[in-house]
Write a protein that binds this ligand. Structure first.
Ligand SMILES: Nc1ncnc2c1ncn2[C@@H]1O[C@H](COP(=O)(O)OP(=O)(O)O)[C@@H](O)[C@H]1O
Ligand SMILES: [Mg+2]
Length: 244
């Protein structure tokens, strides 16, 4: 089953084509790693899936309702001077389906506390967002998507500037969320993270996309000197037949 499909998609930025002839389906209950060099169009594709960038041609078919779609941008425009606590941020995850003005009920607060415990941030509940480390902030942001009961999660480089313990916690949480049926797309740069997370891989290069299995990538790059090579440095700018 797939609630998200790309059909001969073409996307442009500033009048320049970034991606074309992009096809494929993202499976329900699976995590797809989106990889490619800087500038290959990963964030552009995510913006288009979120409906924030209109295709030049082709289309994105998404059957997940808007209120169940969550997007974690690459560099989140979070106003860190805004006086909001971790718990308050997580509770805003109810807004897309419940509305912002109705207030929260006891069941919402209970769920919020369960989510914070799951993410190991219970002790930070009343901490202002401006005082969090990168990893703590990322846990809180993922907490908000859990509160939202998101069924489509688009995570743009969620592990950048994040400590290893947070990576481990979020890896487990994302795997569980997929197991419960969510469709997850995550921009990754690290082969080890890819091996732990991804069920499927979409590689962007030279304006085109290519689907691959994590196993085929690991096999191809296994034995290279670095254990966890950073993907942008090993992926070519163009995808010739047989590259991957
Ligand atoms: N707002 C924009 N206006 C013009 N060009 C853009 C804009 N955003 C991205 N681009 C260009 O689109 C291409 C793809 O960018 P992006 O999707 O951000 O790549 P990635 O996320 O893979 O690093 C790049 O060439 C980038 O310079
Ligand atoms: Mg990007």
């Amino acid at each position: 089953m797939s609630r998200l499909q790309l059909e001969d998609l073409q996307l442009a930025r500033g009048g320049q084509t970034v991606l074309e002839h992009l096809d494929g389906r993202f499976m329900d209950g699976a995590i797809t790693a989106l990889v490619g060099a800087n500038g290959s169009g990963k964030s552009t594709l995510i913006a288009s899936i979120m409906g924030m960038l209109r295709p030049v041609a082709g289309k994105v078919e998404c059957q997940v309702p808007k209120e169940r779609c969550a997007w974690l941008p690459q560099q989140l425009a979070l106003d860190l001077t805004f006086p909001m606590s971790v718990e308050e941020l997580i509770m805003t995850g109810t807004w897309p389906s419940h509305g912002a003005l109705k207030g929260y009920c006891a069941a919402h607060y209970r769920r919020g506390r369960e989510i914070m415990a799951r993410l190991g941030i219970s002790s930070l509940a009343h901490r202002p967002l401006g005082e969090l480390s990168g990893g703590q902030r990322q846990r809180a942001l993922i907490g908000r998507t859990l509160m939202q009961e998101a069924e489509l999660l688009l995570l743009d480089e969620p592990f950048a500037n994040v400590d290893i313990e947070t990576v481990n916690v979020l890896t487990d949480v994302l795997r569980d969320t997929a197991r419960q049926g969510a469709t997850i797309i995550v921009v990754l740069h690290d082969l080890e993270q890819l091996s732990r997370l991804a069920d499927d891989v979409l590689i962007l290069a030279g304006g085109h996309g290519r689907w691959a299995s994590p196993e085929s990538l690991l096999e191809r790059y296994a034995g290279q000197p670095a254990k966890a090579p950073r993907l942008p440095f090993i992926f070519p700018d163009t995808l010739d037949a047989g590259t991957v």
